[in-house]
Design a protein around this ligand. Structure first.
Ligand SMILES: NCc1[nH]cc(CCC(=O)O)c1CC(=O)O
Length: 318
């Protein structure tokens, strides 16, 4: 189709490599030749600092942005939820792949859970509080809102590292994105779907970005776009940017699109989980361009600013 060999930039973690190889295979199926170029990112190098304290947006995407703009790569593949709502100048979205599971799951420490009638039951002797590992302030806030007496410990690193840390610690469990564990084939049968926890905007979706002036790369990658996922993630991300943006804030959103109907859910929590506001909207697909912002505005008009202040305070203090 084209003589050009597209250079695909990706982070070098197993999850990122899986996603880049997936894009490579989908492009190959359309006779488009590519080459993989793995790159290290700041977010992967510092595994100690909690994400919310790293202070920059796009720690996972910055390096690839630079490579893209300087031309060492032609396209970059990202977990869409790690991409700041405002793309770097000169970079545009070319495609969003069909979404996998958007759910967060609790991976259980088998020492403290028994399976009865196909259900896991917590069994830690004498304990009254859950002890949970997560590096995400969004997951932490939602968990603490539901189980205020829990103790949450920081858990950072790529999916493999986090699974290993769960095995080393005496936690009840640790929270992961189901899509990530599925992709690196680390999901065993000891987990629970956290269906009450709303996912990060665009969780489970993969995005391909290109240089804004590279029409050829754009056209080729656009062949892989899944329209439903594209619209749904756009709504979730406009809700996020309408509230405050940021890749590690306690703001969640999920959009389901079925029969030309949009079902939107969003929430914002204070980092300690004490304050929570949520919103649900059922609207027709013609409102796709405005519903995310509208939901954010409605929350802002009914008190979300107080929660945003708490989030800012929390980010400053860390
Ligand atoms: N922040 C890291 C990250 N970025 C994307 C995924 C998984 C894939 C996805 O959610 O799209 C993960 C792992 C996790 O959150 O457990």
């Amino acid at each position: 189709m084209s003589n050009r060999i597209l250079k695909i930039g990706t982070r070098d973690s197993a999850l990122a490599m899986w996603q880049a190889e997936k894009v490579q295979a989908l492009l190959a199926a359309k006779d488009i030749e590519t080459e993989l170029m793995p790159v290290k990112s700041t977010g992967d190098l510092d595994l100690v600092t909690p994400l919310y304290a790293m202070g920059v947006q796009g720690i996972f995407t910055k390096n690839l942005d630079a490579h893209l703009l300087s031309g060492t790569i032609d396209i970059a593949v990202h977990s869409y939820k790690d991409v700041p709502t405002q793309l770097a100048q000169g970079i545009i979205k070319a495609a969003v792949l069909e979404r996998a599971s958007p759910l967060d799951i609790l991976v259980l420490n088998p020492k403290y859970w028994d399976k009865k009638d196909d259900q896991w039951h917590w069994s830690r002797a004498n304990a009254t509080n859950f002890l949970i590992g997560t590096g995400s302030v969004r997951r932490r806030a939602q968990w603490l809102h539901k189980y205020p007496d829990s103790i949450l410990e920081n858990l950072r690193g790529n999916v493999q590292t986090r699974m290993r840390k769960l095995e080393e610690h005496d936690w009840d469990g640790a929270i992961f994105a189901e899509a990530g564990l599925d992709r690196v084939e680390l999901k065993s049968d000891n987990f629970q779907h956290l269906d009450w926890m709303l996912s990060a905007p665009a969780q489970g979706a993969i995005v391909i970005v290109v240089r804004g002036n590279d029409h050829e790369a754009f056209e080729l990658c656009a062949l892989l776009n899944d329209a439903n996922t594209d619209v749904a993630t756009q709504i979730e991300r406009s809700f996020l940017s309408g509230l405050m943006g940021g890749c590690s804030t306690p703001i969640s959103a999920f959009t389901k699109i079925e029969n030309e109907e949009i079902h939107f859910q969003g929430n914002i929590l204070s980092p300690d989980g004490k304050h929570k506001m949520e919103i649900e909207k059922d609207v027709s697909i013609d409102q796709a361009a405005t519903i995310g912002k509208l939901a954010a505005e409605e929350l802002l008009q009914t008190g979300a600013l107080d929660i945003i202040k708490e989030i800012r305070q929390f980010e400053k203090g860390n």
